[in-house]
Design a protein around this ligand. Structure first.
Ligand code: NAP
Ligand code: F7E
Length: 363
């Protein structure tokens, strides 16, 4: 029988990949969007018009909108991916972050209960490796104690615990995927990986002089978002509702990510200096291409994330190394090289057209 899924945050990186994945599996896919004065539907534009793909207005801060959409769609599965997902931004808007990332999860769970779907609807909650924060053990698994270290992480910790509570109190099939950083060519441009791949492409094509970053020594376990959405689905197909760590089991620094991204555009970077004085220098020309700016330092920073995906491998049959770190960086750099080339070409056309119009060559 055809299943129905509801994805909150369908316009985000993960939401767009998950929608594609579920449509391929034959699901009827419903997504929630927010009203905006400009169009932010770039990541799902190619899906709009697909007969089994439907969009609804809803906001995680607004119980009534959630009740309405859940009551109308009556989904078999809900993937709650909507969040204020930027850790640094959570220091600027902590109350908003708590409202969406903590209480928002409660609103979804209650809406499911109030709509009478407790027995039929399975819920996936987008939990995060940020829960480990100021880490208490390396690598981190499902039993590692949490030590959240940002307003974002504290809000997500509430989401994690309220899901566990509803599972035990009401016997609901609701689970958290504790996902480590996952990136892609669709990653938001202010997350460090995408900021780097876009800058490498722009610098290589003469569209940017320098890249300014914060903590270059921060360590992350970076995977490919397209591989991770499969795991979200597997978690909900499991016999029992359980939480899983999803990670690659490999760790790299921001500095290493930078070197590899620049390598793919033909620039070999050498880092020298320390702290705020560290610089990334083009070995061939001696030009400084990367500098440190304290503007990107966080009041508290999570610096040692490294996941142990053994449980997901063993119990879900998931392959954590489908896309290697090297392949991930290449996918992102190739996509940004193409994006910048297209931007340059359209700028060129616009400039020529303006000149031809001015000279009366075209009317
Ligand atoms: P993302 O690209 O930032 O997408 C977030 C989505 O949430 C967007 O669709 C956004 O809609 C929506 N949203 C934000 N506030 C909302 C609100 N008040 N009501 C309804 N929708 C709202 O994030 P992502 O990287 O795809 O991550 C998906 C989820 O996984 C998030 O919950 C994130 O915290 C979590 N997570 C991500 C990672 C990672 O490495 N990517 C790792 C662990 C956990 P607009 O387009 O309208 O802004
Ligand atoms: O930072 C350092 C920064 O913003 C990674 C979200 O998807 O993953 C993401 O959160 C590291 C941090 O991701 C810059 O200090 C250095 O240590 O790319 P990020 P994040 O904070 O790990 C988790 C799992 C989530 O759940 C979140 O939703 O890189 N860093 N220089 C920088 N970070 C940024 N953004 N910009 C810099 O210039």
């Amino acid at each position: 029988m055809q299943k129905t899924a509801l994805i909150t945050g369908v316009t985000g990186q993960d939401g767009s990949f998950l929608a594609e994945f579920l449509l391929d599996k034959g699901y009827d896919v419903h997504g929630t969007i927010r009203r905006s004065s400009v169009d932010f539907r770039e990541r799902i534009a190619h899906l709009e018009g697909t007969p089994r793909f439907h969009l609804h207005y809803a906001d995680l801060g607004d119980s009534m909108s959630l009740m309405q959409v859940i009551g109308k769609v009556r989904p078999d599965e809900i993937y709650n991916l909507a969040a204020q997902s930027h850790v640094q931004v959570s220091f600027d808007v902590p109350e908003f972050t708590a409202n969406v990332d903590a209480t928002g999860v409660l609103r979804i769970l209650e809406a499911v209960r109030l709509c009478g779907l407790t027995r039929t609807c399975r819920i996936y909650q987008a939990s995060t490796s940020e829960l480990y924060g100021k880490v208490e053990e390396v690598p981190q698994n499902e039993k590692t104690p949490f030590h959240p270290y940002s307003p974002y992480a504290v809000a997500k910790l509430y989401g994690y615990w309220i899901v566990k509570e509803y599972r035990e109190a009401y016997d609901m099939f609701c689970c958290s995927g504790i996902l480590f950083n996952h990136e892609s060519e669709r990653r938001g441009e202010t997350f460090v990986t995408r900021k780097i791949t876009l800058a490498a492409a722009r610098i290589a094509q003469g569209k940017q002089e320098k890249l300014y970053l914060g903590n270059l020594s921060s360590l992350r376990d970076w995977g490919y978002a397209k591989d991770y959405v499969e795991c979200m689905w597997l978690i909900l197909q499991n016999e029992k509702p359980e939480d899983f760590v999803i990670a690659t089991g490999e760790q790299h620094s921001v500095r290493e990510f930078c070197q590899l991204a620049f390598h793919h555009v033909g620039i070999e970077l050498e880092f020298s200096g320390e702290g705020e004085n560290e610089k990334g220098i083009d070995k061939a020309t001696g030009r400084v291409l990367v500098e440190v700016s304290p503007d990107f330092y966080r009041p508290t920073d999570v610096v040692n994330l490294w996941g142990d995906p053994s449980k997901a491998k063993r119990e879900l049959g998931w392959n954590p190394t489908k896309t290697s770190f090297q392949e991930l960086v290449k996918i992102m750099v190739d996509a940004d090289m193409a994006k910048v080339a297209v931007e340059k070409a359209s700028e060129h056309i616009r400039t020529n057209l303006a000149e031809y119009l001015e000279k009366g060559i075209v009317k």
